[in-house]
Design a protein around this ligand. Sequence first.
Ligand code: FAD
Ligand code: N01
Length: 536
Amino acid sequence: MSTSAARPVDVVVVGAGFAGLYMLHRLRGLGLSAVVLERAGDVGGTWWWNRYPGARCDVESMQYSYSFDPALQQDWHWSERFAGQPEILAYAGHVADRFDLRRDIRFETSVTAARFDAGRGRWLVETDAGAWEARFCVMATGCLSTAKLPEIPGIESFAGRRFHTGHWPHHPVTFAGRRVGVIGTGSSAIQAIPVIAAEAARVTVFQRTPNFSIPSRNKPMDGDYEGWWKRDYGAHRRRARMMRTGILYEINDKGAMEVDPAEREAIYRRRWEAGGTSFMGAFADLITSQDSNDTAAEFVRGRIREIVADPATAEALAPKDHPIGTKRICVDTDYFATYNRPNVTLVNLRAHPLAGITEAGVRTGAGEVTCDDLVFATGFDAMTGALAAIDIAGRDGLLLAEAWRDGPRTHLGLMSAGFPNMFFITGPGSPSVLSNMMVSIEQHVDWIAGALGAMAARQAGVIEPTAAAQEEWVRHGMEVANRTLYPRAASWYMGANVPGKPRVFLPYIGGVGVYREICDKVAAEGYPGFSLSRAA
Ligand code: FAD
Ligand code: N01
């Protein structure tokens, strides 16, 4: 594509999920021209793609929503404690309408390449529907937007219907009377299995690694609770932004071993009954002390053994290979109880390894299970997958794939040296997936908008992190991660689910509030660690 055919704008934003939508809104406020390029047919990102049965958020809806517009957060009413996918998608659509965003979004447009022309200080962004030329490029491509099928021999030979939770069809899918195989037992599967099992003739779950899951205790929105939030939304949001996870909930400041076993049990039980991810706030040291973590893990294993009637199934479902919380903790509705249904069977792939997929179903060490449908709940090439799928070349033709060969290298998760004027929203090296993503998205968008405003005031045309600042941030990120139990789990946080992906801890675990203070300080001090110049 020649440069002359490319359409000029100030900013190209890639992705029209919650990040891209808010970025566009802020860019307009700065008086910049912008286009958002989006592969999907409409706004919503994650919530446009993940339409599987049972899909819903696990951060309470009163918090899993934008805070940037006081009227929006007062007007919108969530019908449940944890909203389901259709309602979250409707919310994204409402925001797009309310702020008239769609007129600057090109749907069904996939970005294939982005090349920086240093001479002209422009990014040339190529898509399957023409090219764009921009001073700035904002990658709002999502951390969990590249669905991943597993490397299982014979996968293409299956003759029945095949689904991936992250790429679910837009037409209604019924499982009535069908024999369904589900591969995977992460968050998506744990939400989908109970709903599919309620409809299907038979469900066989193929589990490689069991996961910890906490009941959501989802329920219709309580009017008093909604009122509590709405009466002082601004203040509650400000507090949430300074929490470790960006979620406002009570975190016990005691360590688990500081209390006696009876009190510990009572605290866990209260959190279990309350439901949701706040279980991990039961004690301050659950992600740093193995001994403390063991007590929480054993409590949850105890609940699984209580709920699941068949002792062998309960034991297979009880996670023992990773500390609780070091893989994204799951939140469910009736997940473990679903295994008491007569139409649900668990196949433990650790005991009976998966041999392959056949035309008729799934073959394991225990024999072949015939299936009409296969649901792959096998996750994503997380955090870097969507960026790696774009051929990105920065200064002097430096390829992002090359620069990140040993793992992503960013300064603050926001930019990467050698890629001037390219920003990442919730990129690797930022709290992103370890947080309420809405809080992290707004913080990144606001920081980027602030940087663009500062550049305009200084008449700077180019911003780029220094190599030294970036190396220090990468080092600091690893140091903080190594103080926790997280690197002990073979998780997607570590890139462990993608063969050949470097094993580095991808998000920043220093905490959302701490991270915000670091970013704010950088902005307040005139962007040390970044070079701002007039020209490239
Ligand atoms: P996305 O919503 O992923 O949007 C990125 C968009 O970029 C996508 O629409 C994609 O099509 C587009 N894109 C990517 N590459 C290209 C390209 N090359 N060309 C064109 N377009 C491209 N987070 C929470 O905090 N709480 C939750 O409860 C929660 N629940 C989740 C449930 C599920 C099932 C999943 C998968 C994730 C969940 N998350 C949750 C994380 C969720 O991804 C974020 O909360 C948030 O929706 C991300 O928004 P985003 O705009 O950054 O990215
Ligand atoms: O994906 P996952 P996900 N053979 O990677 C298994 C967010 N989210 O879509 O652990 C057999 O967690 C794999 O097994 P193992 C949330 O951040 C949130 O469920 O590798 N099995 C695992 O069980 C979440 O963490 C919600 O041994 C194979 C599963 O597939 C993230 O998205 C809901 C296999 C993948 O689990 C991803 O969740 C949904 C193979 N070859 C998603 N390959 C909320 O509730 C993979 N697996 C908010």
